[in-house]
Design a protein around this ligand. Structure first.
Ligand SMILES: NC(=O)c1ccc[n+]([C@@H]2O[C@H](COP(=O)([O-])OP(=O)(O)OC[C@H]3O[C@@H](n4cnc5c(N)ncnc54)[C@H](O)[C@@H]3O)[C@@H](O)[C@H]2O)c1
Length: 387
């Protein structure tokens, strides 16, 4: 049985608690930690957990009854907390975004490789069938060479969203919707298409005059071989219609799942390719079903990797390199949108955008944050409607 500590007991930590509880006696939550102890107490009570409560993660770095840690704090402390636990010999699942800068990601990766422990940045949407099966479809090669991706990371958040104390500043949230919302879809893009070699982008704050950060960005990426991707990151899209669409040379597939395929008429106009559409659908219907979904899916994947033994080469699906690639793409969007020019990848350690300080000195500061509340009432939603 793996003993688990959860650091930061706000909104998203509830998905982690449920994930561990879903795994029955494979895990036991032994510690909850939050700088606001009433948050931990409320969580402990709600789930009737038999665990200790602390107000500083350093109190449990040497605890014998911790094997795995979920970091569920605001982004600006992800690196510090993850590195402390990795150095103390604990496995770490770190909420998205892995960290607001590549310098922090590299320090986290170094700590993981020195300790030999698992570091898995959260990308829970991979553990949804429409996304997992889209990746399996691309890997099958049936749609041929990829030529275009359309990533619509459309969310909607009202003004009060940015009143929470850590949101709406470059210092503590680390960025706007590109870093904190589109991170999910940019992970999918990186997972499915790898690293582009050039990025162009524009940044805007169209509707949140109580926040320093962007509420809309539109980026274009170019891949080795010539394919393009367009990425819209937004918290101003009513209805939050999110989709990822891939065009291959033979067919188009997407999440939410749909297929189109054409062959050419003698004059170059399209004729539907029913045979390929049927083949893609049959393949899709035959993919193995997932047993666990979303956060529970990723937590189960990490727990299985630990149970199977990292010494035997067992690794979680979402790796630190995946988390870093996502941050590299996001950083490139910020740099391109700030400098109004095409940015070549990879971004290197001598780039001003490599560090949080460098990013903060450069990026547009759209508005002043006007309010700062400790907590907000109400449920949160986490996207992921792909069917
Ligand atoms: N995967 C997803 O779909 C998803 C959804 C929402 C949020 N998130 C991510 O989860 C993280 C937390 O977001 P949230 O919405 O739960 O925020 P939240 O403010 O509701 O919760 C964060 C908690 O961390 C605590 N905290 C802050 N600094 C701390 C520290 N140094 N040590 C211990 N506790 C500390 C706060 O007191 C708070 O209770 C963010 O990185 C966010 O981007 C992920």
């Amino acid at each position: 049985m793996l003993r688990v500590a959860i650091i930061g007991n706000g909104n998203i930590s509830y998905a982690h608690v449920r994930g561990y509880l879903d795994l029955g006696d494979r895990c036991k939550i032994t510690h909850l930690v939050d700088i606001v102890p009433s948050k931990s107490e409320a969580q402990k009570q709600m789930f009737d957990l038999d665990c200790q409560v602390h107000d500083d993660h350093r109190a449990i770095l040497d605890a014998d009854d911790v094997d795995l840690v979920s970091v569920c704090t605001p982004p600006y402390v992800h690196a510090e907390i993850a590195i402390n636990f990795l150095k103390a010999g604990k496995h770490v699942i770190c909420e998205k975004p892995m960290a607001p800068s590549l310098a922090e990601c590299d320090a986290m990766i170094a700590a993981a490789s020195e300790s030999g422990k698992i570091l898995s940045p959260v990308a829970q949407n991979r553990f949804l069938e429409p996304i997992m099966n889209l990746k399996r479809t691309l890997d099958s090669g049936l749609i041929g060479k990829l030529v275009h991706a359309q990533i619509d990371s459309h969310w909607w958040r009202g003004h009060p969203y940015y009143d929470l104390w850590w949101r709406g500043t470059w210092q503590t949230e680390g960025g706007g919707c590109t870093l904190n919302h589109a991170v999910h879809h940019i992970d999918m893009l990186g997972w499915m298409m790898g690293r582009p070699d050039a990025v162009s982008a524009m940044l805007a704050n169209t509707n949140h005059d109580n926040s320093e950060v962007e509420d809309l960005s539109v980026a274009v990426m170019r891949y080795p071989g010539g394919a393009l991707a367009q990425v819209t990151s937004s918290v101003v899209h009513h209805g939050e219609h999110q989709q990822v669409i891939f065009q291959g040379e033979h067919a188009r597939v997407s999440a939410p799942w749909s297929i189109d395929a054409s062959v050419t008429a003698p004059n170059g106009f399209p004729i539907p390719n029913e045979e390929l559409k049927n083949k893609l659908q049959t393949q899709y219907d035959g993919f193995e079903k997932l047993k666990f979904f979303g956060h529970t899916g990723q937590i189960e994947n990490v727990v299985s990797a630990i149970e199977n033994g990292i010494e035997n080469g067992s690794r979680p699906l979402v790796t630190p390199a995946d988390g870093r690639l996502t941050i590299e793409l996001i950083t490139a969007i910020y740099k391109a949108g700030t400098e109004h020019r095409e940015i070549r990848l990879p971004l290197t350690a001598d780039d001003p955008f490599y560090t949080v300080d460098g990013i903060m000195k450069s990026v547009p500061h759209f508005y002043e944050k006007t309010a700062s509340v400790q907590a907000q009432e109400g449920e949160i939603t986490i996207g992921g409607k792909y069917w």
